[in-house]
Design a protein around this ligand. Structure first.
Ligand SMILES: O=C(O)CCC(=O)C(=O)O
Length: 274
């Protein structure tokens, strides 16, 4: 599961990369299902759907959808966040046992999982494809031992924008000075920028890190999308979390207006129930 030396590494460095931790089929399923959801929108927009395994052609089809119908792209991006396979991974026993092994005695989900599909051609703002240096604790505000499990859905090297990590920065406490777009920004010194390391990973590997660890997105300079998903956990049994009355800063609520006007009519509903 996790060796004592990896546990020690986690404590000292604030993160550890666990190679081949997950069966590739579990990770691949999430990726294929996400691509299938995008493919459905490509089809109704007259975009030829490439082989889902051809990452460069699929990326190109994603660019086409983004440029042809931004709303459809955004909605589809939201829909992939709700994949059952994605949520199932977040509560997979392997992850739960790992969390306990590194000291999260009673793990609890901090917020919904997120899936990223980063490329500068699939975003209107830089933060939507490349996140500046930040600490997740600032947005999570949970237990002091809260953690993030970062799962690559594809092999991710430096060129594809591997996550950049500042080792041992978790020991400096909360150093975030402002919050932008939900991320607790941390200003890095020139020295710290040089100390960043790229967490290059392959499908099946995971990165587990303290929510206090400073990290940022690497630059994706390829023609491919960087697919990844991220899970956040608190420890119910951290006394400071109990004493602070289990704060949770996330807001999740529906829009009030009807998104599709005059929908549905009774005939459409009949086709469902007859
Ligand atoms: O994956 C990334 O590049 C940034 C995401 C991240 O840092 C986060 O979700 O906290």
């Amino acid at each position: 599961m996790i060796s004592n030396s990896d546990k020690e590494k986690y404590k000292q460095d604030g993160f550890v990369i666990l190679k081949s931790f997950l069966p590739k089929r579990i990770v691949q399923k999430i990726l294929i299902e996400a691509k299938t959801i995008f493919a459905n929108q490509m089809t109704i927009h007259g975009i030829e759907v490439p082989d889902l395994g051809d990452s460069e052609k699929f990326t190109h089809a994603m660019f086409e959808l983004f440029n042809k119908d931004f709303d459809a792209f955004v909605n589809t991006g939201k829909t992939v966040q709700h994949l059952i396979s994605l949520h199932a991974l977040g509560v997979d026993q392997k992850l739960v046992v790992l969390l306990k092994a590194i000291g999260i005695s009673f793990p609890n989900i901090c917020t919904r999982p997120v899936m990223y599909f980063n490329h500068h051609c699939l975003a209107k703002k830089k933060i939507y494809h490349t996140v500046f240096s930040h600490q997740d604790w600032r947005s999570m505000q949970g237990s002091l031992d809260s953690v993030v499990i970062w799962v690559p859905l594809v092999d991710i090297n430096k060129d594809l924008g591997a996550l950049q990590i500042l080792p041992e920065s978790h020991k400096n406490g909360l150093t975030s000075t402002s919050v932008e777009e939900g991320f607790g920004k941390v200003e890095l010194s020139i020295k710290q920028k040089k100390q960043l390391i790229s967490a290059e990973v392959e499908q099946g590997d995971i990165v587990i890190f303290s929510s206090f660890l400073v990290h940022q997105s690497g630059d994706n300079i390829t023609n491919n999308i960087r697919w990844s998903c991220h899970f956040r956990y608190n420890n119910i049994e951290d006394p400071t979390f109990i004493n602070r009355k289990y704060p949770n800063p996330y807001i999740y609520k529906p829009l009030e207006e009807l998104i599709t006007k005059d929908f549905p009519n009774i005939e459409q509903l009949k086709s469902i129930f007859n």
